[in-house]
Write a protein that binds this ligand. Sequence first.
Ligand code: ADE
Length: 250
Amino acid sequence: MRLDVVSIFPDYLAPLDLSLIGKARRDGLLDLHVHDLRDFTHDRHRTVDDTPYGGGAGMVMKPQPWSEALDHVLAQGKSIDATGRRRVPTLIVPGPGGEPFTQAIARELADEPWLAFACGRYEGIDERVYEWAGERMPVRVLSLGDYVLNGGEVAVLAMVEAIARLLPGVIGNAESLVEESHEDGLLEYPVYTKPATWDGREVPEVLLGGNHAAIATWRHQQRVERTAARRPDLLPPAAATSALGELEER
Ligand code: ADE
């Protein structure tokens, strides 16, 4: 998978050299290119922002550096795919006003050969850039959650990690992807390791017995209870009510 990231803080993306994502890059599974938006400005101060039309607080990112930066990214797709079309990336613009980024979207994006990310800062990017980009490639505005970050870079770190770990060969133990939170709509069960007693606290008896059916039942029950307690919005309304009722009866 090829990834292009455009940002005024390329150094923010340095952690993508570390850990499993860094190894995936070294193994050739991820081809990551980070571009400095200021390289696409033409004035002495390398200006990327200006005051908003209509007034209001803060600054808005100018359209011209973005179109040049994205043209530069598009020019990397010279290779022709099997159907003879020129390949273009899907452009992802992280922002608090986007569609929520979920595990299902991470899975969809993990199937794509090429993703580009545009990291906005300040009050955002001039709206005409979204139109311009949408005429050239699919564009998705995605939000990490209902809170505001200072820019898209931290969101890109999170999204790239969520997407890249789904690529074949990135995670050594593919089984660990199956039983995760958000893969099947339930949160994960609690996990324990040795010693069996620590700080006077015991590991649940059922996990020590080797009865695999009993362990599976216990784990499923824990997942339902946890989901009902922490994320009732993930459960169908009736299931949430009954699981919480069971919890309260204890
Ligand atoms: N940029 C600023 N806030 C953000 C958020 N919540 N998600 C994604 N990108 C953002």
